[in-house]
Design a protein around this ligand. Sequence first.
Ligand SMILES: Nc1ncnc2c1ncn2[C@@H]1O[C@H](COP(=O)(O)OP(=O)(O)O)[C@@H](O)[C@H]1O
Ligand SMILES: [Mg+2]
Length: 261
Amino acid sequence: MTEKATTDMPHNKMTVRDVSVYYGAKQALFDVDLDIREKSVTALIGPSGCGKSTFLRCLNRMNDTIDICRVEGQILLEDEDIYAPDIDVVQLRADVGMVFQKPNPFPKSIFENVAYGPRIHGLADSKQALTEIVETSLKRAGLWEEVKDRLDEPGNGLSGGQQQRLCIARAIAVSPEVILMDEPCSALDPIATAIVEELIDELRQQYTIVIVTHSMQQAARVSQETAFFHLGYLVEHGATEDIFTNPTDSRTESYITGRIG
Ligand SMILES: Nc1ncnc2c1ncn2[C@@H]1O[C@H](COP(=O)(O)OP(=O)(O)O)[C@@H](O)[C@H]1O
Ligand SMILES: [Mg+2]
């Protein structure tokens, strides 16, 4: 193998091995293995109820907040086991941030929505440093130009698409490595959706992104890798282009051609 081929080997940001999830006695995910490639967008697709959100929540231990939920298996962030007993879960959720389906800004100003995380994580040692983090985060989220003159106004006074970008800025503000997004555009109109999709494409220069989407068109537009889930199983994972043009499993093919789902 040439040296170039070696250095071009994709790096895995997260490694999921043999993950099963139960809600009480009901098993929702079965022995899932997945390598999540660094600085790329991985789309999770599959019919409603197949376990996409459950899987996403495993990646930053959000399932811990659901009493009856139990997670088995191993998940690494780089080479750190995120389910190890000594893991600081608050820090983990900063490193692996999350954006939800419905934009959920805090009932605070635009500035405070973004400043909150850096403040509680002690990331800024002066007012000026904090202001810089807020500005940089809003710029990276593609929102700065629209809000720079009204940072003191309430975050929830923005349009839906702007609120979702504010939530992305809030996630970015604590310097995450991975950003999880659970159907981030499903409450947005087509124009706001297009803006957020463009943003996701820019963000992958810097962050590893895992996005749940019920839209195969969206998966095809924004992702480089796609994982197809069905009835709690990860059926197939690979380059998005291959999954959509040349799936190997008949269940994947049925789903992408619209026969199941
Ligand atoms: N909080 C919960 N309590 C009990 N069962 C749940 C909970 N969340 C999800 N489930 C169940 O787990 C399965 C997978 O759900 P989910 O991960 O939400 O699927 P998807 O995001 O693909 O629609 C479904 O059968 C769902 O009913
Ligand atoms: Mg879901």
